[in-house]
Design a protein around this ligand. Structure first.
Ligand SMILES: [Zn+2]
Length: 113
């Protein structure tokens, strides 16, 4: 009788932990979305928002979606907009190259389906 109670306790904690993680993931997803939307609106705080989004994704083990990932430099983590990056397409490698003008790093993302 005692053993089954213990097992039930363990099961309950596992379920609780998983639901907690799931809800956290939802919150993180929402927050990262808001952060990148805000970064688009006011570029003065964009670098800070990228920093916060990265910290969140690291803390809760959540991958930043590709549509947001292409918006910042992979080397210096600056937010890329029309004033601090150059966008070119490369037909040889089938990639979009975003050249960051602060660190001269080339951020490549594929466009082939
Ligand atoms: Zn850079």
């Amino acid at each position: 009788m005692w053993e089954s109670k213990k097992a039930a306790d363990i099961l309950y904690t596992i379920i609780k932990y998983n639901t907690m993680r799931y809800s956290n993931k939802k919150i993180v997803e929402e927050r990262i979305e808001i952060l990148f939307k805000e970064a688009q609106i006011n570029p003065d705080y964009a670098d800070r928002y990228v920093f916060l989004a990265r910290k969140l994704s690291m803390r809760y083990n959540y991958k930043i979606p590709k549509k947001y990932k292409i918006n910042f430099c992979k080397k210096c983590y600056r937010y890329l907009n029309s004033s601090n990056c150059v966008v070119r397409t490369d037909s040889k490698t089938k990639t979009i190259n975003k050249i960051c003008l602060t660190c001269k790093n080339i951020n490549r993302t594929g466009y082939r389906k």
